[in-house]
Ligand binder design. Sequence first.
Ligand SMILES: NC(=O)c1ccc[n+]([C@@H]2O[C@H](COP(=O)([O-])OP(=O)(O)OC[C@H]3O[C@@H](n4cnc5c(N)ncnc54)[C@H](OP(=O)(O)O)[C@@H]3O)[C@@H](O)[C@H]2O)c1
Length: 288
Amino acid sequence: MARTTLPGGTWTLGDLTVTRFGYGAMQLAGPWVMGPPADHDGALAVLREAVALGITHIDTSAAYGPYVTNRLIREALHPYPEALHVVTKVGADRDEQGGWPTARDPQSLRRQVRENLETLGVDALGLVNLRLGDATGPQPGSLAEALETLVALRQEGLIRHLGLSNVTPEQVAEAQTIAPIVCVQNRYNLAHRGDDDLIDELARQGVAYVPFFPLGGFTPLQSSALSAVAERLGATPMGVALAWLLRRSPNILLIPGTKSVAHLRENVAGAGLALSGDDLAELDRIGR
Ligand SMILES: NC(=O)c1ccc[n+]([C@@H]2O[C@H](COP(=O)([O-])OP(=O)(O)OC[C@H]3O[C@@H](n4cnc5c(N)ncnc54)[C@H](OP(=O)(O)O)[C@@H]3O)[C@@H](O)[C@H]2O)c1
């Protein structure tokens, strides 16, 4: 693996050291995260380029495709470099319409962990996020039964570390009374700032915050202020959005998605941009 110095340096999740610049594999699957990619070899090339650039954090789930992104990761990268950590998540299945039905009963969670192990080709998962809520966002309610199932799987040696996804601050606090939580993965980006307080609290605790849809997801970020800053810096808006996230808080880990090697390289370069106080102030106003 190349020893490139990626922007942002590294962060430690439990005992797993990852680059703060990671990669999100979800959109490597077909349209709306269902079925195979249009360009199979192109998808493998993106994954291999991510590792060649020095990225050691790839985010995925057996629900993506379903099974498609995990199998692509396995085909592209197995046997995995020791430094690479493939982070997965459980808590939802897929239906034939491409929906994400909740599946958090103990039997479903055990099945999903087994599916992730099999499709990734590993004996244990380094980090599993328990995904709560639904497609509209986090929903209140106790996570105890679901998390206790994952704690049991950890005790059985199938999982090493636990995280949460799509959760409220109250659910994070409840989880922390049950087991150590090494990261929270919620929706957050320049234009969607609902978790500002949670990010600061997790930073105080030394817990990672992993924004999903860092570039806006299925509707990539568009903002005249973002474009203006990017133009001033001779950079792309996506690069500036990633640089802003790295500056926002030291506990933020990036998992931007792309199907394109060129965009991946562009995003790495962009995340390393130096933003001035004026740039930051202008960008800060977008989501407020
Ligand atoms: N926990 C959860 O519930 C949850 C939910 C959603 C996502 N996630 C995770 O978050 C990761 C990131 O989310 P995401 O991939 O959906 O959204 P994203 O990273 O916010 O944005 C990806 C989109 O941005 C475009 N893009 C990327 N770089 C670009 C560039 N330089 N120029 C122009 N367009 C660019 C991509 O198109 P191209 O392919 O053309 O580059 C793609 O359409 C996922 O991979 C997944 O692992 C988790």
